[in-house]
Design a protein. Structure first.
Lengths: 170, 170, 170
């Protein structure tokens, strides 16, 4: 790699990888909050592992199918929520491996059980590139803070995408 | 484009375009929340079209002048608000055309009418490059959720930029 | 700089600098909200200057040590907070100097004094590159809005990182 053009090409590839990985995670958040699980599947490695540690839960999965089924139940028609990931700190380790830290802010209104959860967390992810596309291989987060409170009065929802796009609970 | 240097130059140009389009939208949000309409005008194409679909409204414009006038009325001295756009998914289609998806989170306190609106939405934008600068050509959004509630007690605003920089209502 | 390869290399360097400066600020926010002051120190220039103008305060420092000590007191074990910086508008001025605008959204729960502060602000930063690393040289912000209110009922914190990682107050 002493060829200057080849060196520069590698630097450009890393910048393109950073953009691709950011888009991957941005699409991830868009897909969960809109219950777009078919598109979400294409963002995840089949052997996806996850470990979310909240105040009152520890959610672990070791494959994509189980994760997707759990997400479809969680992001159901009686939920209004927002998951936004900020502050990407991505390290491209090689042509096929990368890690990422993200700073999540999420609000989750469980309208059936009348519980509101709001919090922040630091994601620590791993990504792999397969067939030219980056995929999420591992996701974990640890909470910085989390507040869980009852919803005393149902919010006046004037728009509610999941009500018509999320899974209906039995 | 089989010249390796020319190919690399095009890839770098796309990366620069992505940065420029992100900055364009970031400046857009800064300008509306600070009522900086002279600067805002320079970010928008004269034939700007917009279509915002909220819970109780559908806001459509087909030119920049009408849009700017409506914004100056909306972001007036009796409003405190926050519009932040996250998760850019930008596609550079050509040297002069691009599209973008953004995940908005906004809070709008109408202090005169004592109404608080908070919500999220997905923007779907189109951008064009003219005279070397990217401009917003089209903006639309669809809500993921929106909550509209009365402001029972006026908030204790210890700083309020729009009070001194926004248009005074009659 | 009429050599096309050298020109392209400079453009790539600027894109790398933009990424590095974004990461610097993202790490900054992660470090304050997790009271990671040893890591934070490495992000700041020894002659760091800061000027934060809020509704009821004006916080100025003219060196890193004083700033770090104040941060350790502010982000203590009786605080839960979130500081997220969005919308980077970075200008690389030279190989060693850059400026940046950021749109902050912060929530600060002072659990001892039972005060909740939420607001937004525009940062105007200066960065310098030393020994191959970008550092924060100057930070200032001006509020767009700020709301300060008493905490009537303590929040039900189900996770609280600073409680175990922040400085204990006497």
């Amino acid at each position: 790699m002493t060829d200057p053009l080849a060196q520069l090409a590698r630097q450009v590839q890393v910048l393109q990888d950073l953009e691709a990985i950011k888009r991957l995670k941005y699409a991830y958040f868009r897909c969960i909050d809109t219950a777009s699980f078919a598109e979400l599947e294409g963002l995840l490695h089949p052997q996806l592992t996850t470990c979310y540690v909240g105040g009152s839960y520890r959610i672990e999965f070791d494959n994509r199918a189980a994760f997707l089924e759990a997400m479809a139940n969680a992001f159901n028609a009686e939920v209004a929520c927002r998951h936004q990931g900020h502050h990407p700190e991505i390290d491209v380790l090689s042509e096929r491996e990368a890690t990422g830290i993200w700073y999540l802010h999420d609000v989750f209104l469980n309208l059936r059980e009348r519980i509101r959860t709001e919090g922040t967390a630091l994601y620590r992810d791993r990504y792999v590139k397969q067939d030219g596309r980056w995929l999420i291989r591992h996701q974990s987060y640890e909470r910085i803070y989390e507040i869980v409170e009852p919803i005393a009065t149902p919010p006046n929802l004037t728009a509610h995408y999941l009500a018509s796009h999320g899974r209906r609970l039995p």
